[in-house]
Design a protein around this ligand. Structure first.
Ligand code: HEC
Length: 223
């Protein structure tokens, strides 16, 4: 590198200390506010508007998306302008059969015979054809512990809760539960009467949130 001439200003600058530089800059900038030297925050109002929108969108999705679950499909929803002119009627047995094949069939089997020593049968079961309230409770809240069906005892597995109750993983509406029960009460040679949705609602509200029943708890509630 060639030597700099003695009057070159860079020689002075090279010798400058931090303090001398800062004070030189202060002098040069005196009286001239530097508008662009600072970050500007997003106007607070806009921040609130955006946060509000994101919160609203999240809540809306959470409330109405049905968690994007394939099972959640409202059979009574009609396309159109929203006018509640016609309410489609669904055959509870058809709906019940669909629900059965969706959720119960894996354990209780297509022929309603269950699996020996593991899953009890629904065909010809005194639980299915017997007391309505006891049956509704089993499906609303679930069941665990030993239970006797058609003379055999089952105790290795538990029956899950299907109702809209705390801990009920399936969250079925009362009319789906009424439908599936109506279906199993007239399938495989069973000949018991239908289960009304209002009865399911009544028991769900009456019992509140609870864990699975045991056989003895249910027997104690029999009229
Ligand atoms: C994960 C397997 C499983 C599924 C799914 C299941 N159950 Fe059960 N269910 C059981 C078991 C196990 C019992 C016996 C529980 C016990 O031992 O206390 C039972 C008991 C029952 C009983 C009383 C006993 C009997 O055999 O009559 C009924 C009624 C019943 N289930 C109906 C249903 C219906 C309706 C569905 C679908 C909505 C269903 N279950 C889904 C496993 C299942």
């Amino acid at each position: 590198m060639s030597a700099l001439p003695p009057d070159d200003p860079r020689l002075d600058q090279a010798a400058a200390t931090d303090e001398s530089l800062i004070s030189a800059h202060d002098k040069a900038a005196a009286g001239k506010p530097d508008k662009h030297a600072h970050y500007h925050l997003l106007p607070l109002a806009l921040l609130f508007v955006f946060s509000g929108l994101i919160f609203y969108a999240g809540t809306y999705l959470n409330r109405y998306s049905g968690h994007f679950h394939g099972d959640i499909f409202d059979e009574r929803q009609l396309p159109g302008d929203g006018a509640p002119a016609v309410v489609a009627t669904i055959d509870p047995v058809a709906l019940g059969k669909r629900q059965y094949n969706l959720a119960c069939v894996t354990c209780h089997m297509p022929n309603g015979q269950g699996l020996p020593n593991v899953y009890p049968p629904l065909a010809d079961s005194e639980w299915v054809n017997g007391d309505e309230e006891r049956l509704i409770r089993v499906v609303l809240h679930g069941l665990k512990g030993p239970i006797t069906v058609r003379g055999n005892t089952y105790s290795v597995a538990a029956m899950p809760a299907f109702g809209q109750v705390a801990g009920g993983g399936y969250n079925w509406s009362d009319d789906k539960i009424a439908a599936v029960l109506t279906y199993i009460r007239q399938e495989w040679g069973n000949q018991a009467g239908p289960i009304e949705t209002t009865k399911v609602t009544e028991l769900r509200l009456k019992t509140g949130d609870r864990k699975e029943w045991t056989e003895s708890e249910l027997q104690a509630l029999l009229p």
